[in-house]
Design a protein around this ligand. Structure first.
Ligand code: FES
Length: 122
């Protein structure tokens, strides 16, 4: 049901945790299943120097969160803003159809964190 990449990111999630002095935090939740994703950013000179996540949810939600942190790390905030949920799913070699609209929220959480950074660091 899940690809090897999904299983890998679920079993060994990258960048789990919190950044104490984060300057951007974003959270999204899925009302239908109750899963919650939170992304913490440390941005310097518009570059994402550090990114961590905390996700309360299913394996697919953890895998998409882990993947989005790997994709965002080292990017400028403008580059990270164009990362899509679709791109995250493709980087994981796909998600089961019933999980596409459920667990695939990690890019949204990242975008919320960037929005928070922009609002609080002007
Ligand atoms: Fe819905 Fe995991 S069951 S995001």
């Amino acid at each position: 049901m899940y690809t090897d990449k999904v299983m890998d990111h679920f079993s060994n999630p990258r960048n789990v945790g919190e950044i104490e002095n984060a300057n951007g935090v974003g959270e999204v939740g899925n009302a239908s299943c109750g899963d919650i994703m939170k992304i913490f950013l440390k941005v310097e000179d518009d570059i994402i120097k550090d990114v961590k996540f905390k996700t309360f949810g299913c394996g697919a939600a953890i895998a998409t969160s882990s993947m989005v942190t790997e994709m965002a790390l080292g990017k400028t905030i403008d580059e990270a803003l164009v990362l899509t949920n679709q791109a995250v799913a493709e980087a994981l070699d796909g998600l089961p159809p019933n999980k596409m609209h459920c667990s695939n929220l990690a890019a949204d959480a990242l975008h919320e964190a960037i929005k928070n950074y922009k609002e609080t660091n002007v």
